[in-house]
Design a protein around this ligand. Structure first.
Ligand code: HEM
Ligand code: HEM
Length: 443
C-alpha cells in the first residue's frame, strides 16, 4: 500500500509538470523552442497517461489493496506479489513516459501506449485480480460490502476494456479500421473512465465515509442498485463522444439516452453517501481523508450534471471540441477521482503505518491548493469553451478566436502552479509519513 501511495503522489508531480508545460505552450507556442520530446502533441499524452494511470489509477489501486482485505477480515493473499505488481505497473508507466516522449504512440486517446506496454498493463491487472481473488477465497467475513463489488467489477471490466479497446490482437497499430475503430476507441476511452476510475473511487468513498462519520451506510440496497445500474448503463454510451462524427444514428440515440439515465447510478451513490453523513459534517471536516473524499463527491455531482447535458446534440453543438470539454475532463478525473484518491491515501496511510500522517497542516494546505486550483480550472476552461463555441457558431475563423481566449490560457497555466504546489506538498508529506521518524503535527 505504502508503495502504491508514494508512487501515486510522485506520478502526480510528473503529470502536473507535464500539464504545465503543455499549458505554457498553449499560451506561448514558441517559448520552449522545438524540443522534440516537449512538443505539445507528445507532452499532452505524457500528461494524460501519467495523471490518469500513474496518479489516480495507482492511488486507487493501492486503496483497493487495503480495503478488500479489511472488509473481508483477512490479510492480503500475497504482500510479495503485491509489491511485484507495483514494480511492473510502475515500470510500464516509466516505459510509457519514455516512449511517448520519443513519439512512439498508437494515437488513440488514453490508449496511446504501444503494444509491449499494453501487455505489461494487462499483466499487472491480471496479477492484481489474482491476488485479490485469492484474498477473497480466504475471507472470514461472508457479507460482500458494496466496495468489494466495485473493486472486483473495476478490475475485471478494466482488463476487458483495455484488452479490446487497445485491439491487442493488432500489435502494430493497436486499432481496427474506419468508423468501427472510432466507435471502439470511444468504447475504450469512455469505459476506462467509467469502469476504472469511477468504481474504484466510489469503492473508497463507500468505505471511508461511514467510518469517518461513525454512522452505518444509509442503505445497502441502494448501494447495490447503484452498482448494477452503472454496469448496465455505462458500457454502451461511449458513442456520446462521437455525436459530431458519422457514427450510426441508432448508436448515438442509445448513447444519448443512456447518458441522461446515468443520473440514476450517480444519484443513488451520492444520495446514499450524503444521507450517511447527514448532520455529521463536523466529523468529515475534522478528518483530512474524509474532507478530500467529500470534495470528490461534490465534483462527482457537478461532473455528472454536466455530462448528460453535454451529451445532448443541441448543447454539444456549442461545447464540442472546445475547452469546455477539457474543463469537464479535469473535473471528472482530477476533481472527482483524483480528490478521492488523495482522500483514500490520507485515510489509509495512518492505518498501515500505525502512526498519524506527518503533517495534517500540510495536507490541509494541499487540500486548499488543489481545491482552489480545480475550481479555477473549471471556471476558466468553461468560460474559454463558451467563447470558442459561440465564436465558431457565429462563423468566426479559428485564428480570430485564439486571441480572445489567450487570457484564459494564461490563467489556466497560473492555476497549474497551485496544483503543482499541492502535488509537491503531497509527495513530501506522504514520503515523510512513511519514512520520516517523527510526526510534525496531527492536530
Ligand atoms: C453522468 C456521467 C457522465 C456523462 C453522461 C458524461 C458525458 C460526457 C460527454 C458527452 C463527453 C464528450 C463531450 C464532447 O466531446 O463534446 C465527455 C467527455 C469526457 N468525460 Fe464525461 N461524462 C460523465 C461523467 C464523467 C466522469 C465521472 C469522468 C471522470 C471520471 C468523466 C471524464 C470525461 C473525460 C476525461 C472526457 C474527455 C474525453 C475527451 O478527451 O474528449 N466524465 N463526458
Ligand atoms: C498543473 C496542473 C495541470 C495543468 C496545467 C494541466 C493542463 C492540461 C492541458 C494543457 C491539457 C491539454 C488541453 C488541450 O488539449 O487543449 C490537459 C488535458 C488533460 N488533463 Fe490536465 N492539467 C493539470 C492537471 C491535471 C490533473 C491533476 C489531471 C488528472 C488527475 C489532469 C487530467 C487531464 C486530462 C484527462 C486531460 C485530457 C482532457 C481531454 O482530452 O478532454 N490534468 N491538461
Amino acid at each position: 500500500m505504502k508503495g502504491y501511495f508514494l508512487s501515486a503522489a510522485a506520478w502526480l508531480v510528473v503529470g502536473t509538470v507535464g500539464g504545465f508545460i503543455g499549458a505554457v505552450e498553449l499560451v506561448a507556442p514558441d517559448l520552449l523552442g522545438n524540443i522534440p520530446w516537449l512538443v505539445f502533441g507528445r507532452i499532452r499524452q505524457v500528461h494524460t497517461n501519467v495523471n490518469m494511470f500513474g496518479f489516480v489509477g495507482t492511488g486507487l489501486l493501492g486503496a483497493a489493496h487495503y480495503l478488500v482485505p479489511a472488509l473481508l477480515q483477512t490479510s492480503l493473499y500475497s504482500e510479495r506479489l503485491g509489491k511485484l505488481t507495483l514494480w511492473l505497473w510502475n515500470l510500464a508507466l516509466v516505459a510509457g513516459v519514455i516512449t511517448l516522449s520519443l513519439g512512439q504512440t498508437q494515437s488513440r486517446e488514453y490508449a496511446e501506449l504501444i503494444w509491449p506496454i499494453d501487455i505489461g498493463v494487462l499483466l499487472a491487472l491480471a496479477l492484481i485480480f489474482y491476488n485479490l481473488v485469492e484474498t477473497l477465497k480466504r475471507r472470514t467475513e461472508n457479507l460482500l460490502y458494496v466496495s468489494v463489488w466495485y473493486v472486483f467489477g473495476a478490475i475485471i471490466f478494466t482488463f476487458l476494456t483495455y484488452f479490446f479497446g487497445n485491439a491487442v490482437w493488432n500489435p502494430s497499430t493497436g486499432s481496427i479500421t474506419g468508423i468501427p475503430d472510432a466507435i471502439l476507441a470511444w468504447f475504450y476511452g469512455h469505459n476506462i473512465l467509467g469502469f476504472f476510475f469511477t468504481p474504484l473511487a466510489v469503492a473508497s468513498a463507500y468505505y471511508i465515509i461511514p467510518i469517518v462519520t461513525r454512522a452505518p451506510l444509509y442503505s445497502h440496497t441502494l448501494s447495490l442498485i447503484g452498482f448494477w445500474s452503472i454496469l448496465l448503463l455505462y458500457s454502451h454510451i461511449g458513442t456520446h463522444h462521437l455525436i459530431q462524427a458519422p457514427a450510426p444514428t441508432w448508436l448515438k440515440v442509445v448513447a444519448i439516452t443512456g447518458s441522461v439515465v446515468m443520473i440514476v447510478p450517480v444519484m443513488t451513490v451520492l444520495v446514499n453517501l450524503w444521507l450517511t453523513m447527514k448532520d455529521r459534517l463536523g466529523f468529515i471536516h475534522s478528518d483530512i481523508g474524509g474532507k478530500f473524499v467529500f470534495a470528490g463527491t461534490v465534483w462527482y455531482l457537478l461532473t455528472c450534471i454536466q455530462g448528460p447535458l453535454q451529451s445532448l446534440p443541441y448543447i454539444q453543438k456549442l461545447t464540442h471540441f472546445t475547452n469546455w470539454v477539457i474543463g469537464h475532463a479535469h473535473m471528472g478525473v482530477f476533481g472527482f477521482s483524483g480528490m478521492i484518491a488523495f482522500g483514500a491515501i490520507y485515510f489509509i496511510l495512518p492505518r498501515v503505518t500505525g502512526r498519524p500522517i506527518y503533517s495534517v497542516w500540510l495536507a490541509d494546505l494541499q487540500y486548499w491548493l488543489l481545491l482552489i486550483g480545480m475550481t479555477g480550472f473549471f471556471t476558466v476552461l468553461t468560460t474559454a469553451g463558451l467563447i470558442q463555441g459561440n465564436g465558431w457558431l457565429n462563423g468566426e475563423a479559428h485564428y480570430r478566436i485564439l486571441p480572445q481566449i489567450h487570457l484564459y490560457m494564461v490563467l489556466r497555466a497560473a492555476l497549474g502552479i497551485l496544483i503543482i504546489g499541492g502535488a509537491v506538498i503531497g509527495v513530501y508529506n506522504i514520503g515523510m509519513s512513511i519514512y520520516g521518524n517523527r510526526v510534525r503535527s496531527s492536530e
